[in-house]
Design a protein around this ligand. Sequence first.
Ligand code: ADE
Length: 257
Amino acid sequence: MRAQRLGIVSAIAQEQCGLLDALQHSRRVRHGNRDYTLGRLWGREVVLVLCGIGKVAAATTTTSLIVEFGCEALLFTGVAGGLGDGVVVGDVVIADSLLQHDLDTRPLYPQYEVPDTGKSRFATDATRTHALHSAALAVFGTGCPPRIDAATQQAFGLHAPRVHRGLIVSGDRFISTRAGSDALRKNLPDALAVEMEGAAVAQVCHDYGTPFALARTVSDRADDTAHIDFGRFIRSVASVYSLALVQALLSIRNEER
Ligand code: ADE
């Protein structure tokens, strides 16, 4: 059976640089103000793209991956702010479902509901999410941060990453105050993490019937210190985790074919 062409999306360059370096037989196509890089990663046909920050950028890029580039499954990797109890910097969160925390058309529809879908939570694909979770446990369940030098571990106070799975919420706002993250926790108590693209990707994938999975490394606690060392964390930790996770995922799935 032919493996499906996989679209791999991240918001910003440092989140994907490791994957881009590992890509073989690569060819770049410019479309709709984005660079799509086609090639092979661990034997799998993939298209890598940076969508930029925010839900609109994520939605247009996702549509292009599906419609223009023929991607039959999508994976998002990047960073998020931790919201849930015990979801701390350096942990990994796998989405079971995603919701837009800034979508509110009341009184026309209930808060968070995407009009005319009857849904506020969009589930990720169960099979691929299970595979992603297994890959994350294989990589991060070993007791120490993988492939991270001692100085970086110390700088960010990294411990053995815990892998969480559940609701991730998205909105066009970088949450960088304790009041902001407290409000999200109050309204959406089961949200594990917050970011700015995932729920938009999930909605487009739902519209096209395209299976989708998402993993985020926790870069901050969405509080007043959220911006400190953000760029350095993505460069030196999140990009390394993304690479390790995607490699493990594609290796497992290669064995399944
Ligand atoms: N992505 C990473 N950290 C974030 C935060 N605090 N708010 C929104 N998106 C994020």
